[in-house]
Structures are given as structure tokens and as C-alpha cells.
Design a protein around this ligand. Structure first.
Ligand code: HEC
Ligand code: HEC
Ligand code: HEC
Ligand code: HEC
Ligand code: HEC
Length: 638
């Protein structure tokens, strides 16, 4: 990281953010329009209204930068090539097609720039900064910044950004991030070489000089053309992704791999699909997934029988017992025909060499005998029938739903309560549980007051699982990933079967909730005012939500909303602390965004506004304390 202490940026960031949050609140009530601008309005909480940042802030201006550059950055945040937790989280659920559209939207904005702040550097440093920017330093083999960033330093098409109109804190941080590898760009990464060649004082000098320059009258990025002073992979135009969602698959194995979301666990962030190496957190340490491509470090030597033994018995080709982070406790239920189809699909993939990462588990959990003991407790003999049987299993559709939910769909991996050994007498239980290492609660699918869908119209639940939103509800967190990577690709008959099965599950009688008046906190009036300032514009003065042009919910209602009313406020706190988008799906490719409040609201304010939301408009869930928020915030930070 650059020399400037981290807390100083954080303070600057907080200041800038509270300033723009105040500005947004002070505006008169905005009018809702069903446009892209409205969908990405949340971005302006940090990047300034319409993507323009204040001169003092750490938030970069994004308006007017080349679209391919912005798109590359959004993808890099997703893949981890550029590391920034908050940005990564905000865009993690969005499709490439939507990101491309968002990038084009901000690139097309033509907004005035603020006047640059007065320089705060010694004249000698300014001169050095100017020299680097306009002439470069042949001794250090650093070309002039202007040779790539455009003669006027306002960028160059198709994918090199301008360097003016950004704060020196931001510029410093980016160059520092390239030096330390926190930020990378497509290879060859010319900026990494340049940043590492600069001498210690150069970084501050060039950033300070750049930040003090006024912009030319027409700050339009220069045309492509003349070759770059060094080769830059990042400067290649990104080819726009196909506008349609990933094509629906025809091949049986590929379909089953989507239902089982094999890719979700078997692909490392930024790594090749199915090449493994992704860390799965467990209470005993991290387990790393295997390479499923037909390479020597993957499945090249495997037969269909080996594959079946792994899926059905949890045993690797070499006889090693596999860790149950690989959900073979569910997969053991799949048919041999489905296992063979999956095997055929993986053997047809492009081989990728990627050696397995050793698991990082505490003793004794890293031993084979511990796995054997665990299996003895929680892994029924592979051919035993599942215990959880719904009452009307004679119905073929419900049977198909059970096969998908219990087997390939492995819903119980998250929706099951777990004991201290991460097990359960019934490994297919759907009674609700906290997800290891993620600070999210997967609600009970047996209890209609929690996540159970027995009383909801089937069509609404089908829509929820297919598109991520149905009725006034939506999916978030890990469930949004399940919808994005798996459920949205299911054939309608399979989704309907899943819903039929979920609706046939036996109900668990739930305790009645107290009357609304009984759960009001003393800070009621203050909390109501906080809600009015921060939330009412989108969610409505009465928590009634707001519908878009097509009649579906743009902003979900908070009245009678299940996330709001859940007994544990964990998911509610997650949603409001970190905001974000629901999943991009074929039915809802361009979801609306919710701003994060982690930097705007104190823990007490957060507790008050959430307690208000849980007790207003007839809602009746217990209040949330500042301590709850703090605990969850600490747990949810990663
Ligand atoms: C909570 C504050 C916050 C919100 C909300 C936010 N961003 Fe960011 N964004 C940041 C910060 C901080 C950075 C700088 C990251 C870094 O240091 O690498 C950033 C960086 C970026 C960059 C890279 C800019 C550049 O010049 O390289 C892009 C593009 C971007 N954001 C787009 C968006 C979009 C689009 C949205 C809305 C979907 C959004 N951001 C919402 C805080 C935010
Ligand atoms: C050889 C061409 C080249 C030269 C010379 C060059 N840059 Fe860059 N620069 C790029 C490219 C390409 C990108 C986009 C990288 C990406 O996609 O992440 C970039 C990005 C940047 C960014 C990120 C901007 C943002 O909004 O986040 C900064 C800061 C930057 N360069 C500073 C400099 C400085 C300072 C110099 C001169 C000392 C310089 N660059 C010289 C090609 C160059
Ligand atoms: C919840 C995460 C998760 C999901 C979903 C998942 N896997 Fe795995 N898988 C793992 C982990 C972790 C391992 C490594 C276990 C070990 O090494 O002990 C693994 C191992 C395997 C192995 C054994 C490889 C070997 O070298 O021994 C096979 C085969 C496999 N998975 C296939 C699949 C298939 C097919 C799917 C989709 C139907 C799938 N997995 C879905 C996490 C997952
Ligand atoms: C990776 C963990 C994970 C897996 C796997 C998972 N879920 Fe979830 N699920 C969650 C979490 C967390 C929530 C709560 C957040 C939310 O409401 O979206 C949830 C919520 C739900 C809800 C309630 C949504 C609402 O708005 O009321 C339903 C229904 C559901 N899941 C069904 C399923 C089904 C069916 C499967 C298997 C095909 C499944 N889940 C697999 C984590 C998971
Ligand atoms: C710019 C508009 C906007 C503002 C302001 C806003 N939200 Fe949201 N909110 C959204 C959108 C859009 C979603 C749906 C996000 C998704 O699908 O993941 C959402 C989702 C939520 C959810 C999750 C609902 C569910 O069913 O899972 C809660 C809770 C919530 N908001 C509460 C709040 C609170 C409390 C505030 C004020 C502190 C607030 N929101 C401010 C737009 C907004």
C-alpha cells in the first residue's frame, strides 16, 4: 500500500461519503423513473451524483471514462484481479452483459469537472511530477504518462482512462496498489512495470501534480491509433459480451452440472472454470476443491466408475476419503445414469493443468481416521434411502423435486442446522441453519414464518427461484449466487417440481410474534426520522416499496417482508450494511441496486432504523441492538 496511513484515507472517505449522503438527503424527493440511471443510482452514493466525485474524496470519478476501461475494472473487481471488497461485493451478482451496459452509461455522461484544489506540494516536487507526466524518465525507463493517457491526459480510446479530475489520494493509492499487486490489469500489465520503476518520492510527486491540473475545455479521450510506449494488455478493446444470458444448454451432463452448481465450488475466483482450488470455509479450517478438467492434475486418468465412487461413496480414485465439504452426503442420491452423464461432460472439457491446493485443516480434522469417524456418525451407507420423505411422495412431480433438492441441488448444505462437528443426524434436513464462515442464515424451509413456502402461491415461488424475485420477496447473499449460477438455468418443469416438493414439506409450528406496539423501542421518533432521510425515497414512506414500469418490484416492500421479520436479524443487517444487487437473470437481467450503509450509519443509527423497520406498518419483530449490529458487522466484514 502507498505510504499514506490507511486511516487517513478512511477518514477522507468517510467525510466525502457523509457529505454526499447529506447532499442526497437534502434534495427534494426524487421522482422514480424506470431507467438505467435509476437502477444504478446507488453508485452515486460514493462516486458522486451521476458518477462525479468531489475533489477531496477518495472515490474516483467514473463519468466520461472510456467504456471498455470501466467494463474491465468492473470485471476485475468481480474476479479479484483488482482487489476492493466493497466494490467486489456490490457487483458480484451482475452479468457481463449488464456490466457492459452500466459501463457504457457512465462513459457517455458528459459532466462538468470541479476546479482542481490548490497544490500542496513544494515547487521541486511539482516540477518532478510534471516531468514524469509529460516527458517521462529515460533513466528509470518510465515513458511519459501522456504517451499513453493522451496528450491532454484525459484518456485514450478504447480502454485507457484519463488521469485528470482525480484526487491525489486516489492516484497514490492506485499506483501503490500496482506496486503491491493489489491491483492488476490484463497481461502484459504495463502499469505494474511503470509503478514499480518509480522511485519512492515519484509517486506522490506525479499524483500531486496530476491532481492540481485544470481540465481542458473539451476533455474527450484521444482517438486510438499510435502504438503505446510499452505493450499494454489492458488497452485492447474488450469485446462486448453477448447480450443474451448464457445459452440454455442442450447437453445432459452440462445441465446436471448447472443443477449441482459444480462450477460454484470448483472454480477459484479469477481462475479457469472447473479447475478447482477454491477454498471452502469449514469450522475446522479451509478445504480446497479439486480440478475437474481432464488434465493430469485433474480427472484425466479417471473412469466412470471412479467418478461414481466419488459422487456416491465420497471416495477419491486413490482410495482417500473425501472431505464432506464436497456434498457427497447429498450427491450419493443421484442416479448412476446422471453420474455417467456428468462424467462425460467433464471429460469433454478443455484440460487445464492446475495442481490441487492442500487443505488447511486443524488436527485431527486433517486425518483420514477423523473422516472415517465422521462418516460413521453422519454418512449413511451409500445405498440407504433418504429419511426425509414428504407425505405425498407417490406424486411423480414431488418425487422429482425431492431428487433435485436432496440430491444434486444439495439445498441442505446451507439450509440444515449443524452441530459442533458440522453434522446432523439427518444430513438432508431443511430446518434452517447458519452458514459456516459466511455470516448468513439460511432460513428453515419447514417453517412458513421463516423461509417455508408452503403458504405462498406456487407461481410466485417458481418466479423467485428462477429470477431472484417473486411477490415482494427477493433472494440475497449466498442464495443470490445459487440463483445466478444454478437455479435460473433449470428447466421450468424442474423448478416447478422443486416448488411442489418444498410445498409438500411438513410444517413446523412456529411461535406467534408479539403485537407490533410491544416491540417499539424508546428511540422511535428519531428512528422514524432516520428512515425518512435514508430509506423512504426508495422503499416508500409506509414501507410499501415501489414498482417499475413492467409492474414488478424495483424496490422491494419492507412491510411484511420476510428478511425484515426473520427472528435472527443477521440477513437484514447484512442487506443494509453492504447493499448490493440481486442476481442478473434471464427474467430480471438488470436489477436495481441498494446502497451500502456501512460507512454512513453508526451502529446505533443502524440498530435504531432496523428496529423501526421491524416494528412499523404492522411489522412485529423484536428490536435490533447496536451490539447485534457490531457483532454481525465484525463477522460479516470478510
Ligand atoms: C460504498 C461506496 C461505493 C459505491 C456505492 C460504489 N463504488 Fe465504485 N468504487 C468505490 C471505491 C472506494 C473505488 C476505488 C477502489 C480502489 O481503490 O481500487 C471504486 C472504484 C470504482 C471503479 C474503478 C474506477 C477507476 O477509475 O478505475 C468503477 C468503474 C466503479 N467503482 C464503478 C461503480 C459502479 C458502476 C457502482 C454502482 C453499481 C459503484 N462503483 C458503486 C466505492 C464505491
Ligand atoms: C504504456 C502505456 C502507459 C503509460 C506510459 C502509463 N500508463 Fe497509466 N495506464 C495505462 C493503461 C492501459 C491503464 C488501464 C489499466 C487498467 O485497465 O486497469 C492505465 C491506468 C492508470 C491509472 C488508473 C486510473 C484510474 O482511474 O484508476 C493510473 C492512476 C495511471 N495509469 C497512472 C499513470 C501514471 C502516473 C503514468 C506516468 C508515470 C502512467 N500511468 C503511464 C497505460 C499507461
Ligand atoms: C459445496 C461445494 C462443492 C460443490 C457444490 C461441488 N463440489 Fe466437488 N468437491 C468439493 C470439494 C471441497 C472437494 C475436495 C474434497 C477433498 O479433497 O477431500 C470436491 C471434490 C470432488 C471430486 C473428487 C475429486 C478428487 O480428486 O478426488 C469430484 C469428482 C467432485 N468434487 C465432483 C463434483 C461434481 C460433479 C459436482 C456438481 C454436481 C460438485 N463436485 C459440486 C466441493 C464441492
Ligand atoms: C450456499 C448456501 C445455500 C444453498 C446451497 C441454498 N440456499 Fe436457499 N437460502 C440461503 C440463504 C442464505 C437464504 C436467505 C437469504 C435470502 O432470503 O435470500 C436462503 C433463502 C432461501 C429461500 C427463501 C427465500 C425467501 O425470500 O423467502 C428459499 C425458498 C430457498 N432458499 C430455497 C433453496 C433451495 C430450493 C435450494 C436448493 C436448490 C437452496 N435454497 C440452496 C442459502 C442457500
Ligand atoms: C437507492 C434506493 C434504495 C435506498 C435509498 C435504500 N434501499 Fe433498500 N433496497 C433497494 C433495492 C433495489 C433492494 C433490492 C436489492 C436486491 O435485490 O438485492 C433493496 C433491498 C433492501 C432490503 C432487503 C429486502 C429483501 O427482501 O431481502 C432491506 C431490508 C432494505 N433494502 C432496507 C433498506 C433500509 C433500512 C434503507 C435505509 C437505511 C434502504 N433499504 C435504503 C433500494 C434502496
Amino acid at each position: 500500500m502507498p505510504k499514506r496511513p490507511y486511516w487517513k484515507w478512511l477518514a477522507a472517505a468517510l467525510l466525502a461519503l457523509s457529505a454526499c449522503a447529506g447532499a442526497v438527503a437534502a434534495q427534494t424527493k426524487q421522482v422514480f423513473e424506470d431507467t438505467l440511471r435509476q437502477r444504478v443510482q446507488m453508485c452515486s452514493a460514493c462516486h458522486g451524483e451521476q458518477g462525479r466525485a468531489g475533489p477531496d474524496g477518495y472515490y474516483p470519478r467514473i463519468a466520461g471514462k472510456p467504456a471498455a476501461y470501466l467494463y474491465n475494472q468492473l470485471r476485475h473487481f468481480q474476479t479479484g484481479a483488482r482487489r476492493h471488497n466493497l466494490m467486489a461485493r456490490l457487483v458480484s451478482n451482475l452479468s457481463e452483459a449488464y456490466l457492459w451496459e452500466i459501463a457504457q452509461y457512465f462513459a457517455a455522461l458528459d459532466l462538468p469537472y470541479a476546479a482542481p484544489p490548490a497544490p500542496r506540494m513544494a515547487a521541486a516536487d511539482m516540477a518532478r511530477g510534471r516531468q514524469l507526466a509529460l516527458q517521462g524518465d529515460p533513466v528509470l525507463r518510465v515513458p511519459a504518462c501522456s504517451s499513453c493517457h493522451g496528450e491532454q491526459l484525459v484518456g485514450r480510446m478504447p480502454a485507457t482512462p484519463g488521469l485528470l479530475g482525480l484526487s491525489s489520494d486516489y492516484l497514490n493509492a492506485q499506483l501503490g496498489a500496482w506496486q503491491t499487486g493489489v491491483r492488476t490489469a490484463r497481461a502484459p500489465d504495463c502499469m505494474a512495470h511503470i509503478a514499480r520503476r518509480l522511485r519512492p518520492g515519484d509517486l506522490a510527486a506525479v499524483s500531486g501534480w496530476l491532481a492540481a491540473q485544470a481540465l481542458p475545455a473539451r476533455p474527450v479521450p484521444a482517438a486510438p491509433g499510435a502504438p503505446m510506449a510499452m505493450e499494454c494488455g489492458a488497452h485492447q478493446a474488450a469485446s462486448p459480451p453477448p447480450a443474451v444470458q448464457e445459452a440454455r444448454n442442450a447437453q445432459a451432463g452440462r445441465y446436471l452440472a448447472l443443477v449441482g452448481n459444480c462450477q460454484g465450488c470448483h472454480t477459484r475466483t479469477g481462475g479457469s472454470a472447473y479447475a478447482g482450488g477454491r477454498g471452502i470455509p469449514t469450522p475446522f479450517g479451509t478445504v480446497f476443491s479439486s480440478n475437474l478438467t481432464p488434465s493430469t492434475t485433474g480427472l484425466a486418468a479417471w473412469t466412470a466408475d471412479d467418478f461414481w465412487r466419488a459422487m456416491h461413496h465420497g471416495q477419491s480414485r486413490d482410495g482417500r476419503w473425501l472431505n464432506p465439504a464436497f456434498p457427497y452426503t447429498n450427491f450419493r442420491l443421484i442416479s448412476r445414469a446422471d453420474s455417467d452423464a456428468l462424467y462425460a461432460y467433464f471429460m469433454g472439457l478443455e484440460p487445464v493443468e492446475s495442481a490441487p491446493t492442500p487443505h488447511d485443516l486443524r488436527w485431527p480434522f486433517n486425518t483420514q481416521w477423523a473422516l472415517q469417524a465422521w462418516r460413521w456418525l453422519y454418512f449413511p451407507s451409500a445405498d440407504e434411502a433418504p429419511q426425509t420423505v414428504a407425505p405425498r411422495m407417490t406424486d411423480a412431480r414431488i418425487q422429482r423435486g425431492a431428487y433435485l433438492v436432496q440430491g444434486l441441488g444439495h439445498c441442505s448444505v446451507c439450509h440444515m442446522p449443524r452441530n459442533a462437528l458440522a453434522g446432523n443426524r439427518d444430513m438432508l434436513s431443511l430446518a434452517g441453519g447458519f452458514i459456516a464462515g459466511q455470516s448468513w442464515y439460511a432460513p428453515s424451509l419447514l417453517n412458513p414464518l421463516d423461509g417455508g413456502v408452503q403458504d405462498r402461491p406456487a407461481a410466485e415461488v417458481v418466479q423467485l427461484l428462477q429470477s431472484g424475485r417473486g411477490g415482494g420477496e427477493r433472494v440475497s447473499g449466498p442464495m443470490a449466487e445459487v440463483v445466478r449460477h444454478s437455479l435460473q438455468h433449470l428447466r421450468p418443469v424442474d423448478t416447478e417440481a422443486i416448488v411442489a416438493y418444498l410445498q409438500s414439506l411438513p410444517r413446523v409450528a412456529a411461535a406467534q410474534r408479539p403485537p407490533a406496539a410491544a416491540v417499539r423501542t424508546p428511540a422511535w421518533a428519531r428512528a422514524a426520522a432516520l428512515y425518512d432521510t435514508h430509506c423512504a425515497d426508495c422503499h416508500g414512506a409506509q414501507g410499501q416499496g415501489l414498482r417499475g414500469a413492467d409492474g414488478s418490484w424495483a424496490y422491494p416492500p419492507l412491510r411484511a417482508n420476510r428478511t425484515v421479520l426473520q427472528a435472527t436479524p443477521l440477513n437484514l443487517v447484512q442487506s443494509v450494511l453492504y447493499g448490493g444487487f440481486g442476481p442478473s437473470t434471464a427474467d430480471n437481467p438488470r436489477p436495481f441496486g441498494m446502497p451500502p450503509y456501512v460507512l454512513t450509519l453508526s451502529e446505533q443509527d443502524m440498530a435504531d432504523v432496523l428496529s423501526f423497520v421491524r416494528a412499523a406498518w404492522g411489522n412485529n419483530a423484536a428490536p435490533v441492538s447496536a451490539l447485534d449490529v457490531q457483532r454481525l458487522r465484525d463477522g460479516a466484514a470478510n
